[in-house]
Ligand binder design. Structure first.
Ligand code: NAD
Length: 365
C-alpha cells in the first residue's frame, strides 16, 4: 500500500542509516563523495508518488554526518507534504552538501554535484536553498537538466511566496473575523527581507496597520519609510497588541515563551518550521483560540514557482496557482474547527490523503 505518514521527531543519531530511512519512510538516499573536489553530499528522495522529488540543495557546515543525514531526511519529507498539499504533481526531495559555503565552492565542486543529481535521471530535481547562490546552480546545470531556479528562468520566488501568504492570511481572517478584509487590522511582520517586504506592500495597499521588526536596520528604515510601517524591536514584537502575527524570518518562534506573550488571534507568515514542537505548540495555539496557518501550506508560492519552471508554465499561471492557497488554508482552518484538531495535524492529514489517493490512481498504469 502506498502510504506516507509523519512520525514523531526523535533523536535518531544512533540508528543505522537504513533504520532512519525506514522511520521517515524514504525511497532512496544517494551518498556522494568526491575526494578531488572535497564534495560530500547526501541526496534524499522521500516520495515520488506524485511526481519527481523536488527540493533545494542546502550547503551547511554540519558538525557531523549524522546531523547532515537527519537534516536531509527531515527536509525532504517536509517537501513531500508541501508539494502534496499544494496540489502539485511533485514528490519530496532535498540535498545537503556538507562544508563551508564561504571557502569550498568551485566550478568543479558544483559540476561534480550536478553529475550526482543527473545520475538520478530526473527522479530528483534540485534548486537553491540556504548557502547556495544562482551562480552555483549555473555550474550544476552544466551537468544536469534537473535543476530549477536558474537566473533568467522562473526568477526570485519571493513575490509569489508573499502573494500566497497574503491570500492565506485573508482566508484566516475570513474564518476568525468574518471578513477577508485586512483593512485597519494590526499586523506585525517579523522580518522584512525578500518575502516580508512584498507582504508589507500587499498589506499597505489594503490599509492595514503595519508593525515591522528586523535585525537589519537598513531594511527596517527603507520599508518603514516606504510603507509607513511602525518599527518595533526584535523581541518587543511578541508583546504588542495585534490581530495578526506574520513570522517571515526565523523558525520556531511559536514556542512556550512567545505563546505566553502573543496577543494575536491569527498566526500567518512565510517562515518555515514556525512551531517549535509541532505537536505541543500546534495544540497550544488552538487551545488559545488562535488560528495558525500551517507554514508549508501558506508559504508554498516558492515551490509553485519552481513547478511552473519545470512544466514551462508562465509566471501568471504561478500567481493564479498561488491564489489557490486561499482555498487550501480556509479548508484546513474550517476542518480544524469542525474536527477539533489543530491545523498542523489537519494539513498533514490532507497531504497524506492526497499521496495515498493518487498512489492508488497510479498503480494500475
Ligand atoms: P530573507 O533572508 O530575505 O529575509 C529574512 C529577514 O529576516 C532578513 O531581513 C533578516 O534580517 C530578518 N531577520 C533575521 N533574524 C531576525 C530576527 N530575529 N527578528 C527579525 N528579523 C530577523 O529571507 P526570505 O526569502 O524573505 O524568507 C523569509 C522566510 O520565509 C524564511 O524562513 C524562508 O525559509 C521562508 N520562505 C521563503 C520563501 C521564498 O520564496 N523566499 C519560500 C518559502 C519559505
Amino acid at each position: 500500500m502506498i502510504e506516507v505518514k509523519k512520525i514523531e521527531e526523535t533523536n535518531l543519531a544512533d540508528n543505522p542509516v537504513i533504520a532512519q530511512m525506514s522511520n521517515y519512510d524514504h525511497e532512496q538516499l544517494l551518498f556522494c563523495n568526491d575526494n578531488a573536489t572535497g564534495l560530500k553530499a547526501i541526496i534524499a528522495v522521500h516520495n515520488t508518488v506524485l511526481g519527481p522529488a523536488l527540493g533545494g540543495t542546502r550547503m551547511w557546515s554540519y558538525s557531523n554526518e549524522m546531523e547532515a543525514l537527519n537534516d536531509v531526511l527531515r527536509l525532504s519529507r517536509g517537501m513531500t507534504y508541501k508539494n502534496a498539499i499544494s496540489g502539485l504533481n511533485l514528490g519530496g526531495g532535498k540535498a545537503v552538501i556538507m562544508g563551508d559555503a564561504k571557502t569550498m565552492k568551485s566550478e568543479a565542486f558544483f559540476r561534480r554535484f550536478g553529475k550526482f543529481v543527473n545520475s538520478l535521471a530526473g527522479k530528483y530535481i534540485t534548486a537553491e536553498d540556504v548557502g547556495i547562490s544562482p551562480s552555483d546552480m549555473l555550474w550544476v546545470s552544466m551537468e544536469t537538466a534537473h535543476v530549477v531556479g536558474l537566473p533568467g528562468k522562473s526568477g526570485d520566488p519571493s513575490p509569489i511566496t508573499a502573494h500566497g501568504t497574503y491570500v492565506g492570511m485573508k482566508a484566516c481572517a475570513n474564518v476568525q473575523f468574518g471578513s477577508d478584509s485586512l483593512s485597519g487590522k494590526k499586523i506585525a511582520v517579523q522580518g522584512v527581507g525578500h518575502v516580508g517586504e512584498y507582504l508589507v506592500e500587499y498589506l499597505s495597499k489594503e490599509n492595514a496597520d503595519i508593525y515591522i521588526s528586523d535585525i537589519d536596520q537598513d531594511s527596517l528604515k527603507r520599508v518603514s519609510e516606504k510603507y509607513g510601517a511602525t518599527v518595533v524591536g526584535p523581541d518587543e514584537i511578541y508583546d504588542i497588541d495585534m490581530d495578526i502575527y506574520a513570522p517571515c524570518a526565523l523558525g520556531a518562534t511559536v514556542n512556550d515563551d512567545t505563546l505566553s506573550r502573543l496577543k494575536c488571534s491569527i498566526i500567518a507568515g512565510a517562515a518555515n518550521n514556525q512551531l517549535k514542537i509541532e505537536k505541543v505548540h500546534g495544540q497550544a495555539v488552538m487551545d488559545k483560540g488562535m488560528i495558525y496557518a500551517p507554514d508549508y501550506a501558506i508559504n508554498a508560492g516558492g515551490v509553485i514557482s519552481c513547478y511552473a519552471e519545470v512544466k514551462n508554465l508562465s509566471s501568471d499561471w504561478a500567481m493564479a496557482k498561488a491564489d489557490d492557497i486561499y482555498a487550501t488554508i480556509k479548508n484546513i482552518v474550517e476542518r480544524s474547527r469542525t474536527e477539533n484538531v489543530p491545523t498542523y495535524a489537519i494539513a498533514n492529514k490532507m497531504a497524506e490523503e492526497r499521496v495515498e489517493a493518487i498512489g492508488k490512481v497510479k498503480l494500475p498504469l
